[in-house]
Ligand binder design. Structure first.
Ligand code: GDP
Ligand code: MG
Length: 163
């Protein structure tokens, strides 16, 4: 059976962009407007010859009041129905309060591997990023750009090596 890899993260960090790159599709709507509800997307990605399921959990984009309960729902789905989770954050914003909340939820399930991906990292200082996101108390981050593809193969090799 193909491993199931879920992508979680707050709105606008680049989940759908990464999903589309991994599945070589344009199935997931990429949009920088908040508050647009989208369906959960499932597609097939590949590393070498090895296929995996990839899930864009981000149908759950909402305004500030709803974000916490919806994030919890997103994270619960990922933790119960996946073999590994990619937690994606925005390197330009740094670690935000919602990122800390998601990290806390993810840390409560030690059975599932969580891979931290710092996105939108084009031109950013790697040492600064590592220092900032280290505070989330997770794995060593993999620095990526979903937009131009930098680091994405490295991220997926890392995820699938251990899954
Ligand atoms: P989602 O809400 O987490 O699914 O985020 P989207 O994939 O819809 O992306 C939100 C916005 O960020 C869009 O305008 C994307 O084009 C942009 N974006 C996504 N990945 C990157 C990246 O690696 N670099 C930059 N500069 N922008 C990105
Ligand atoms: Mg999305």
């Amino acid at each position: 059976p193909k491993p199931i890899i879920s992508i979680v993260g707050r709105p606008n960090v680049g989940k759908s962009t990464l999903y589309n790159r991994l599945t070589r599709s344009r199935d997931a709507i990429v949009d920088d407007r908040p508050g647009v509800t989208r369906d959960r997307m499932v597609g097939v990605g590949r590393v070498g010859a090895l296929p995996y399921w990839v899930v864009d959990t981000g149908g759950i984009e909402s305004d500030d009041e709803e974000i916490h309960s919806l994030m919890r729902e997103q994270v619960d789905f990922a933790l119960h129905d996946s073999d590994a989770v990619i937690f994606i954050v925005d390197g330009r914003d740094g670690a935000t309060p919602v990122d800390f909340d998601i990290a806390k939820l993810l840390r409560q399930s030690p059975k599932i591997s969580v891979y931290l991906a710092v996105n939108k990292a084009e031109g950013l200082d790697r040492a600064m990023i590592a220092a900032d996101f280290y505070q989330l108390g997770l794995d060593q981050p993999t620095i990526i750009s979903g937009k131009n593809g930098d680091g994405v193969v490295r991220l997926m090799n890392r995820v699938l090596e251990e899954t």
